[in-house]
Write a protein that binds this ligand. Structure first.
Ligand code: BES
Ligand code: MN
Ligand code: ZN
Length: 498
């Protein structure tokens, strides 16, 4: 992994492999971003080169120059940050992405200075470097592993002046959490299944301030978690529920986080077509985000109590697999008629939300790769946010957008509930096809409990079916495969209660 240091010294003369600069899209193409003090002759040379080569300054553009006057580095990279527009209004996020694109162009190199802009973005640049330098190479064979280039070894982030707090340290904790979530998602489903997922989290929690409780199938049975058990019963690899507790002294609030952890979603008996199944190792990305963020919050010593619930099961077609027509009894006693075994996520999440409710936290936030409908509605890069409380929906959406995770609020209209009436059980778990993302959320809402005042606990649901897994090529600091979607949003959300 790339090591990061902050520097406020003279960077232009630094004897490193590469100097990374930022450009923006001006009237006539790329112009150097403000906030980097380059020697005059260097500035003039780079500006001239950008103009001559017709660089645009758009996001992910990387212009390479060698032998730049006044520069100690052998290579200068000018990375586009695009235009400040409605799609990415936050300059920090544009620099985070540029840092990611820059570091991806520097694999195999030893050292680089990133001088992208003013020091207020140093933390974002550091995150972009650490996230963009991610590569999942655990399963490469010897020959291929030997040929694979290592990520940039060391990066100095140029940041003039003083910073608030330990900018590099914080970026390292946050990026490490995102990278852990990516590793979990990328690990193939024959290796990562409920038992090994729980093991991985407990290994990582050793020595931390997070305590763990793992329920196996027998315990889930005696605790009445019929949703998780029903989904998991078609697999030879039985389900687990992991409860993670972080309870700092003097906590200002209590937040419960519930994550969908389907380690592989075949669809069950309502089996998916092969093409829809190939990426379904990503169906535990919500649980990965919860696991990674709870551990990071403890490491950051955020003064908020957080309980994480990882609802882990494999949705398979074994001879005991759940059938359409089955009626299962969920945590809390409600009965659900099974309609489509591929709508398994809401079943495991319902048990998790019911369990979380029993602790009467100030808010419950769940995160799940829940519906294909979310991908249709919001695309591959935006998470859908729903809630039983407008203020909480806003809070979650804002927290995510503030740290560069695109999030969009969606409604939960009352009339949706009717389509889940069942003649034989308390409710069924699917309803109208229209508004499928909201139908799934409406089902979850049924399992949110009441607080001491007798009203519903504030609850919000995040659908990350789009952004959790990048099937296309890398962009910014987002690699192909697991993205770690939700980790930074959940950390920011918890911090908003501190
Ligand atoms: N895990 C899928 C949702 C999904 C789709 C995640 C694409 C990531 C990318 C979920 O379990 C599912 O299969 N949902 C069904 C629900 C339907 C049967 C009501 C869907 O969206 O088609
Ligand atoms: Mn499914
Ligand atoms: Zn699923």
């Amino acid at each position: 992994m790339t090591t990061i240091t902050l520097t406020d010294g003279k960077f232009a003369s630094a004897k490193v492999d590469a100097l990374v600069l930022a450009s923006t899209t001006g009237e006539d193409g790329a112009v150097l971003a403000e906030g980097t003090d380059l020697p005059k002759n260097t500035q003039a040379y780079v500006t001239e080169h950008l103009s001559t080569t017709g660089a645009s300054g758009k996001a992910d553009e990387v212009v390479k120059l060698a032998g730049v006057p006044g520069v100690g580095a052998k290579l200068v990279l000018v990375v586009g940050t695009g235009k400040a527009d409605a799609s990415v209004p936050d300059p920090a996020e544009r620099y985070r992405r540029a840092a990611g694109a820059g570091v991806r162009a520097l694999t195999g190199k030893d050292s680089a200075v990133f001088a992208l802009g003013s020091s207020e973005y140093a933390g974002a640049v550091a995150e972009g470097v650490l996230l963009g330098g991610y590569a999942f190479q655990t399963f490469l064979g010897e020959g291929k592993a030997a040929k694979a280039k290592a990520p940039l070894a060391s990066a100095q982030i140029h940041a003039k002046g003083r910073h608030k707090g330990d900018v590099a340290g914080r970026a390292a904790v946050v990026a490490d959490a995102v990278r852990y979530a990516r590793d979990l998602v990328n690990t193939p489903p024959n290796v990562l299944y409920p038992e090994t997922f729980a093991q991985s989290v407990s290994n990582r929690a050793k020595g931390s301030k997070v305590s763990l409780e793992v329920w196996d199938a027998d315990k889930l049975q005696s605790e009445g978690c019929g949703g998780i058990l029903g989904v998991g019963q078609g697999s030879g690899r039985p389900p687990r529920l992991v409860t993670m507790t972080y309870k700092p002294r003097g906590a200002k609030a209590h937040l419960a986080l519930v994550g969908k952890g389907i380690t592989f979603d075949s669809g069950g008996l309502c089996i998916k077509p092969g093409t829809g199944m190939v990426t379904m190792k990503c169906d535990m990305a919500g649980a990965a985000a919860v696991a990674a963020s709870v551990l990071a919050l403890a490491e950051l010593k955020v003064p908020v109590a957080v309980t994480g619930y990882l609802c882990l099961a494999e949705n398979m077609t074994g001879d005991l697999a759940q059938r359409p027509g089955d009626i299962v009894t969920m945590r809390g006693g409600r009965t659900v008629e099974i309609i489509n075994t591929d709508a398994e996520g809401r079943l495991v999440m319902a048990d998790g939300i019911a369990l979380a409710s029993e602790q009467k936290p100030d808010a419950i936030v769940d995160i799940a790769t829940l519906t294909g409908a979310c991908v249709i509605a919001l695309g591959n890069r935006t998470m859908g946010v729903m809630a039983n409380d407008d203020a909480l929906r806003e809070r979650v959406t804002e927290a995510a957008n503030q740290v560069g995770e695109s999030a969009w609020g969606m409604p939960l209209p009352e009339e949706i509930r009717g389509s889940m009436d069942s003649p034989v059980a308390d409710l069924k778990h699917t309803g109208d096809r229209a508004g499928g993302m909201m139908v799934a959320a409406k089902f979850l809402e049924e399992f949110v409990g009441k607080n001491d005042a007798g009203t519903a606990i504030d609850w919000s649901h995040i659908d990350i079916a789009g952004p959790a897994f990048n099937e296309k090529s890398a962009w910014g600091y987002t690699p192909t495969g697991g993205t770690g979607s939700g980790v930074r949003a959940l950390i920011a959300l918890a911090e908003s209660y501190a």
